[in-house]
Write a protein that binds this ligand. Sequence first.
Ligand code: 5CA
Length: 437
Amino acid sequence: MRLSRYFLPTMKETPSEAQIASHRLMLRSGMVRQSAAGIYSWLPMGLRVLKKIEAIVRAEQDAAGAQELLMPTIQPAELWKESGRFDDYGKEMLRITDRHEREMLYGPTNEELITDIFRKDIKSYRALPKTLYHIQWKFRDEVRPRFGVMRGREFLMKDSYSFDLDYAGARRSYDTMFVAYLRTFARMGLKAIPMAADTGPIGGDLSHEFIILAETGESQVYCHKDLLDIDVLSETVDYAGDLSPLVERFTSLYAATDEKHDVTKAAALGDKLVSARGIEVGHIFYFGTKYSAPLGAVLHGPNGESIVAEMGSYGIGVSRLVGAIIEAYHDDAGIIWPESVAPFRVGLVNLKTGDADCDRVCGELYGTMSGRGIEVLYDDRDERAGVKFADMDLIGLPWQLVVGPKGLKAGVVELKFRATGEKHELSVESALARLAG
Ligand code: 5CA
């Protein structure tokens, strides 16, 4: 992509409405624009990151055996009356009446709708277990939408729902998602710690929030220091095998949100206790028959008996993750994207647009990288070098490849790694080789 043609409205000034770094940086780097309180448009650069995050979430869900479908954003109120949540959900639910005076709502979550789909088509115990998921916009009329996409009213969630025949099966499905979540967040460069948590309006009696530690987090959390040292991606995961040892490595160490905090247990950890602020990026629940019983998701068992499906649900805040990753990866100059979610891998900077040599070499580099599938944003604007450097640091692409007239005379270009600021002068060929690796 050529920056001269790209829709990337960056800002030098810090927007006054933004209280935390990620919100400021998302506005300044032209990723999102607010259209109403807690409701955002995703501009091209922001959307690229959102899609990258979505792709990692999807890949890990698929690897764990979950199947993707897509449910609508608008749901009929009747289903929620069947579960009893229509009244319980209160003011957070956006209620809508259609032209036929039918009560509808903009889905804040999908337990009822998925149970309805399941009960209509799945009748035999042979069809289980099943875990279904979708990645879809939700609406919650939050009292205090704030911090940009971190606590929005409209937000993108990945939500999965598991159906099993008994507790043991449901526990297995829970553990599968537990492990898939560990891997998902690790692939984004995040250390998300599973913590014992309250179940709130979703219900049930087993639940973990996946929390990343950050000063600007909305919740107070406590955990054992050793949890921060487990390297999840170095573990071999076999979803057909026994996942409980890995799950136990996490759950055997103390970790709790404020609501579940046990002062005595925490005190016993001594200097191993970490007390910090955290951002909830995922939340998983086991709630047995809370929805399947009232909605009648009942199966024929092997001996003609009736079995009420055992369920769990598993959410990831896909749009919240964009902000959460920036909270974890930024400095005074801007964002520092981990490679796995970066909107482009390389920012190609032409220090002197209009100079025949610079234009030619940049054109060649741009063509070669694009041809090799390296995602590159080419700053071909007629701007001062200072402006170009500042914008590149702000948008935080992992690599900056800088081409200037002086360097070219000496036969070199400069490759900068945004995360460390490390710079190397290299020949064009060596720079390309580095970037391809
Ligand atoms: N049905 C369950 C699991 S599918 C559920 O709705 N869980 S939840 O309420 O915990 O939401 C799942 C995730 O969505 C949260 O962990 C959080 O990361 C994200 N989320 C929740 N509310 C918001 C919000 N207002 N803005 C942005 N992300 C949110």
